[in-house]
Design a protein around this ligand. Structure first.
Ligand SMILES: CC(=O)SCCNC(=O)CCNC(=O)[C@H](O)C(C)(C)COP(=O)(O)OP(=O)(O)OC[C@H]1O[C@@H](n2cnc3c(N)ncnc32)[C@H](O)[C@@H]1OP(=O)(O)O
Ligand SMILES: CC(=O)C(=O)O
Length: 539
């Protein structure tokens, strides 16, 4: 049976630009439009020409090759013709392929927000659509507040949709602007609109996520007959965001109930780039990807639980609703106090360490991880410290150096210019091959930085090897609180090979905790240099 086509409309650059904290430059918009254009979506809404210089500059050229490039704006105002309305002219003169008008469809809004008559609003919708078609562009209409409007006055809401349709709009898009409509209401209202004569093949949905139902509402609209879905990358958008197009794309493609009946423009090959698309977008926004994002999050196919891991290694289908590789994600079995032998064997294998299930050293390692996690360690976020603990338990880590003592102090004083400065000083004494070496360092960036500098100043024969070691991130978390508090420090390190690793330290004293994580980082680097740890060991 031939599958029906669902049309995907991306509004990341328009409704997404209304997200608090997000501010796109023209270059950002061009880059995102091009990411979307290569991904099989049908429409890319770029913004609102006439509203701001960024969007004016964007719409001086067409920015997509495959997807239709869409300009958004409001319908003409009452009392002026479409040809004399500057807003409508800016849209129709832009280099967009299509124009998406926002039109009021709730009579209360027509009265309060627009201050015109219901009939004038209908006329504004019709004339605006006609002007766009006359300009040689595809026209579509976002019926703002359609669901709330329909509940208040179904006849008027319907007449707005029909005015758009009669004037030739390719798509009439029902908007849940305030985001409070529930899936069963969407299904009923979309069904009623189709029943009233608006064909599903010209009907779309634009759902907001204020009750976390935007994806469910979009799919409910498809169930009822709508064939055009609007959404944004990673669900950004005004207030709580829009329907997450990433989730919608994967669900339509991978869930048999949808995939057997419908197809979108996204191919199976493009789908494998979904995780990359979602993460590249976050990268561009300079924010961390949401670990628990469906399909594409780093936790979407991760398990800590021992019972799950044990079944997963026998057959991944036991605990996965789809295969991670279908969306370009990866399975991740983690080690922690929630894990059993299967988690550990799987993670050790990934690191090139083979250990039998009945090896007593495996029991020792698991017991150590669980005991240490109970005192504050967190190994799922400290891959290198876990690997060192595992290799130490298996007797694989040499004593490269020994720290005989260290001291750190912080002083607030006047400098030579009479300014008040706070300076940290550290002294570290290490022993390499039985020979003691003492290093002193001073830092304006605090005692941990001073200790790190002193520790890495003179490691004797290992000094040259750690020259490219860099500390790139440092996280501190106080556990338990109160006077009993312990501090967990996580340090991310990197070297010239581009490899990054995390180490952990825990103590009642933040300096001790930091020092422990620093020492693990250096030891891991020395192991890695010898091909005895990290990726090199697994190859
Ligand atoms: C549900 C949505 O997401 S709709 C999209 C919302 N997005 C934005 O508003 C972002 C871009 N907007 C802007 O930059 C500005 O609001 C502009 C440039 C469009 C307009 O700015 P201004 O002319 O200063 O008007 P202002 O923003 O104060 O008010 C909006 C005006 O549009 C009118 N209007 C709103 N919707 C419509 C509509 N669908 N059709 C016709 N007029 C409309 C309002 O009645 C109001 O008119 P008034 O000034 O006569 O009261
Ligand atoms: C048009 C739009 O963004 C809305 O109604 O939510």
């Amino acid at each position: 049976m031939a599958r029906e086509r669902i049309y995907l409309f991306d509004t990341t650059l328009r409704d997404g630009a209304q997200t608090p904290g997000i501010d796109f430059s023209v270059e950002d918009k061009i880059a995102i439009a091009s990411m979307l254009d290569g991904f099989g979506v049908d429409y890319v809404e770029g913004g609102y020409p006439g509203a701001n210089p960024t969007d004016d500059a964007l719409f001086e050229r067409k920015r997509t090759q495959n997807a239709a490039f869409v300009a958004f704006g409001m319908t003409k105002r009452a009392g002026v013709s479409a040809s004399n309305d500057p807003g409508v002219n800016a849209l129709n003169r832009s280099k967009a392929d299509a124009v998406c008008y926002v039109a009021k469809s709730w009579d209360y809004h027509v009265r309060v927000a627009l201050g015109c008559s219901n009939d004038e609003n209908l006329d504004n919708i019709g004339r605006s659509v006609e002007a766009t078609i006359a300009a040689g562009k595809e026209a579509m209409v976002d019926c703002e507040h359609f669901f709330d409007g329909y509940k208040a006055n179904p006849d008027y809401a319907l007449s707005c949709a029909k005015a758009a349709l009669a004037a030739g709009a390719r798509w009439v898009v029902l908007c849940d602007t305030n985001g409070g409509t529930q899936p069963h209401e969407v299904r009923d209202i979309v069904g009623a609109v189709i029943e009233a004569g608006v064909p599903g093949g010209r009907l779309g949905i634009h759902a907001h996520n204020d009750t976390e139902q935007a994806v469910a509402n979009s799919l409910a609209a498809v169930t009822a007959g709508a064939r055009h879905l609007q959404g944004t990358l990673n669900g950004i958008g005004e207030r709580c965001g829009n329907a997450n197009l990433v989730t919608i794309i994967a669900t339509l493609a991978l869930k048999p109930a949808w995939a057997e009946r419908f197809e979108t423009g996204v191919t199976a090959e493009q789908l494998e780039g979904l995780t990359r698309l979602s993460r590249s977008f976050d990268e561009l926004l300079n924010r961390s990807p949401a670990a628990q994002a469906p399909y594409v999050g780093s936790s979407a196919f991760a398990t800590k639980a021992g019972i799950h891991a044990s079944a997963l290694v026998k057959d991944p289908a036991t605990y996965e609703h789809v295969k991670p590789e279908k969306v370009g994600n990866v399975r991740h079995i983690m080690v922690s106090d929630q894990g059993g032998k299967s988690n550990f064997i799987s993670e050790l294998m990934r690191r090139g360490i083979t250990v039998a299930k009945d090896d007593p050293r495996l029991d020792t390692l698991i017991a150590m991880v669980k005991e240490r996690e109970a005192t504050g360690y967190a190994y799922e976020g400290a891959d290198a410290s876990f690997e060192l603990l595992a290799r130490r338990t298996l007797g694989d880590v040499p004593d490269f150096f020994e720290v005989v003592s260290f001291r750190a102090l912080v002083e607030r004083r006047h400098n030579a210019l009479g300014e008040i400065v706070t300076v940290a000083e550290a002294v570290v004494k290490v022993s390499v091959d039985g020979e003691e070496r003492m290093s002193v360092a001073e830092s304006a960036n605090g005692p941990v930085n001073a200790l790190d500098m002193a520790l890495r100043k003179d490691l004797g024969k290992y000094q040259a090897e750690i020259a490219d070691l860099e500390l790139v991130d440092y996280k501190v978390r106080i556990l338990n609180g109160g006077t009993e508090a312990v501090t967990r420090v996580l340090i991310e390190s990197a070297d010239a090979s581009g490899h990054r690793w995390w180490t952990v330290g825990v103590s009642e004293n933040i300096i001790d905790a930091s020092f422990e994580a620093l020492m693990d980082s250096i030891t891991f680097k020395l192991m890695k240099n010898r091909g005895h740890a990290g990726l090199a060991a697994a190859e």
